[in-house]
Every structure is written in C-alpha cells, then in structure tokens.
Design a protein around this ligand. Structure first.
Ligand code: GLN
Length: 392
C-alpha cells in the first residue's frame, strides 16, 4: 500500500469531537464538545433567510466580505482602542480552527519553537505538527492556574518564535489578568516574538474577572495575532466563521495561507453575521449574564451532588475531579477516556477526558461544558448524581 505522510501519524483525531460522536451513538446528554443547544439571535436568522433569497451565493472576496471585515474591524477597534484597517489588518476564515492553523502556518518554519500553556485546547497540538512547529509546554499550575514567568523568558531566550495564549482559557477557565498579559507581552517585545491569542471566549468572562485584549496593551498590536470566531459569541458554531486580526505584514501573508486552504468562508453566512456585529453592548452583557447563570446553576448542582470541580473565571467549561471513582475496584486500570466512555453508556452524560488537554500525565479530570438550556443541565445533574451511588 502506498504510504501516508509522516505528519498524519503523529496526531490522533480530536478526542473532543470523537466524544460527540460516541455521545450521539448512545443518545447521551452531550456536555463534551462545547457548543450551545440554542440558536443564534433571531435577527441573524432573519438576515440569513434574506440572504438565502437575495444572496450573496457566490464567492466573497477571499479574505472576507467587505461589510463583514468592516464590522469586525469596528468591533475589535472599539475593544482595543485603535483604528483597525479592514483592508489590511483583518482576514475572515472558516472558524477559529482555521484561524489558528492559518496563524501558525503564517509564522512558523519547520522546527520553530512555540510556547503553549498546559492545559491547552486540543487543536494547538495538531496546529503545531501541521505547521512544523515544536511546542514547548508551560505549565499552568492548579488551583489558580498560575505560571512561572521565568519559564516563558527561558523559552523566548532559547528562540521561541511565539507563545499561544488561550484567553479565557479552554479547558481550565482561567482569565489572564492584565498584569500577567503585560508581563508576557514585555517578553515578546524584548525577544521580538509573536503572541498568538485565541480569544473566542472573550465575552464569556464572569465577574469580578474581565477580559484584557493582548493587542490593546502598549506596543502589543505589532506583536499580536488575534484569533477569534463568531461561534461562541453568536451561538453559531456550525456557521464556521472566524477571523484573524494583526499587523498588516502578518495579515498580508495570512491572506495567502487562508486563500489556498479554503478560498473563503460561506458568503450568505458572512452576510448574516454582519447583523450580529451591529448589536449594541446590551447583547454582550446579556450573553455574559446568561452564561453566568448557567455556570452558577451547574456549579451549585455539582456541589449538591458532591462532585469536586474548579471554578471557571471564564469560558463555558468546568473540570471535574474523578479520582474518587478511579480509585474504586471496578475502575481499576481505567484511563480518563475509558471512564468517559463508561459514563456515556451508563450515566448518559458525555464529557471530555482531561488528558486530551494536558502535556503532563493527568488522568483524574474530565471536562463538562454548560452551553445548555437549564432543563438540560438539570437532567445532566440528575444523571451525574447516579455516580455517587458507586461510592461506598
Ligand atoms: N472549542 C470547543 C471545545 O473545546 C469545540 C471547538 C470545536 O470542536 N471546533 O469543545
């Protein structure tokens, strides 16, 4: 048989997305892959219906429809206090996943080192492999998920080309403080490196925490590649709309990478997304409040049941400690993945095994998300309470 490339041997399929398929097979409540069970705002659906009849239906400009780039530049410009040029500093992509891959392929040569925090969002491993980069992992240490800045300085001093920051952080819910971002930013400037920020959860940040845009810090726009998507902000994960914002010379190259990867995002969906980007501040406040309620509801339920968990400062994920179950004789030798598979089949709730997010050997955590209607979370909690019956 003809041989496949070496690169495809070095990573597996996404465990996050695999868990959704297993969940569907058993008709479980899917709290694994993070996506809402509610629709985008009605105004966007109406705009999509209109686009269905009035177009556009042919290719948009490869790096994004002009009106969408203008809307994105305006939103991000207001957020970071800088005028963003929609012609030269924005690329619309097919989702956050393409954005990250595009950023990595734009800046990395084979063998370039890139720092990645651990735990990390699963995609970054494959992004590094496909772009030829070598990840250097920087531990985020629980319970606060702090990091040692000297390790980051060491990485940069040894030639790391970039650091990837997922802020707010999937899966641990950390929201990087302004001071933390400033200290990392200063090092990126000192060593003339890039910061690639994945900010898809920018609007899911819970009080008293707040989101700081890396590119808003003094001198950082020139060093930051902001990766984002409309998926979480507009409950539209299936629309596959993302964007990359950065300095013009980076974006010029990123446009080429994006063009040859995908040509462009779906034109009617881009058209409908413009409507969402015109919402007022109220929309984002309500979104945050809605998710804050879901978070509190789930955390209270987990406490009632007696399942140990972290308290996410942002995102819609929570990590649950399953060590108490793994210590039971019936789960002897189980990996967290096997536990999640068991849980889907026997408890009826799907989670993602924590090991898919950690470089370290971590087997005692599973990740749940709470982008679900409250009644679904209630039923999930009922089912999860069944776990406690296993304990002596
Ligand atoms: N970010 C979401 C998660 O971690 C899913 C993203 C995706 O599957 N593309 O579950």
């Amino acid at each position: 048989m003809p041989q496949l490339s070496n690169r495809v041997r070095t990573f597996t399929d996404s465990v996050i997305r695999r868990m959704t398929r297993i969940s569907n097979k058993y008709d479980a409540i899917n709290l694994s892959q993070g996506f809402p069970d509610f629709d985008p705002p009605k105004e966007m659906l109406d705009a999509l219906a209109k686009a269905a009849y009035e177009g556009p239906h042919q290719y948009s400009i490869t790096f994004g429809a002009k009106n969408l780039r203008e809307a994105l530049a305006k939103k991000q410009g207001e957020a970071i206090g800088r005028i963003i040029d929609p012609e030269q500093e924005v690329v619309v992509t097919c989702g956050g996943t393409e954005t990250m891959m595009c950023a990595m392929m734009t800046i990395c040569n084979p063998g370039d080192k890139v720092m990645v925090f651990s735990p990390f969002y699963e995609n970054y491993g494959a992004d590094a492999i496909l772009s030829g980069a070598e990840p250097i992992y920087i531990p985020l240490v629980p319970p606060e998920y702090d990091f040692d800045l000297s390790l980051i300085e060491k990485g940069f001093s040894e030639g790391a080309k970039a650091i990837i920051i997922c802020n707010p952080s999937n899966p641990c819910g950390k929201v990087f403080s302004r001071e933390e971002l400033e200290s990392i930013g200063k090092l990126a400037v000192k060593y003339d490196a890039f910061v690639v920020t994945d900010e898809v959860y920018e609007h899911l940040v819970y009080e008293p925490y707040y989101h700081t845009y890396m590119s808003s810090l003094p001198g950082m726009f020139e060093h930051t590649i902001t990766c984002n998507s409309l998926s979480k902000t507009f409950s539209a994960t299936g629309w596959r709309l993302g964007y990359l914002i950065g300095p013009a010379y980076v974006v010029e190259a990123a446009k080429k990478v994006h063009d040859f990867l995908t040509v462009g995002a779906a034109a009617p969906l881009q058209e409908a997304a413009v409507t969402g980007l015109q919402f007022s501040e109220n929309y984002y406040r309500e979104l945050r409040d809605t998710y804050a309620k879901k978070r509190d509801y789930l955390l209270r339920g987990l406490d009632r049941i007696g399942l140990k968990h972290n308290i996410p400062q942002g995102t819609y994920f929570v990590l649950i400690d399953i060590q108490g179950f793994l210590d039971l004789p019936q789960f002897e030798g189980y990996t967290d993945l096997e536990f999640c598979e068991w849980m889907i089949e026997h408890i009826g709730v799907a989670a993602v095994p924590g090991s898919s997010f950690f470089k370290e050997d971590v087997n005692h955590l599973i990740r749940l998300h709470f982008a679900r209607e409250e009644k679904t979370l209630e039923e999930a909690l009922n089912r999860l309470s069944g776990l406690m019956k296993l304990l002596p």
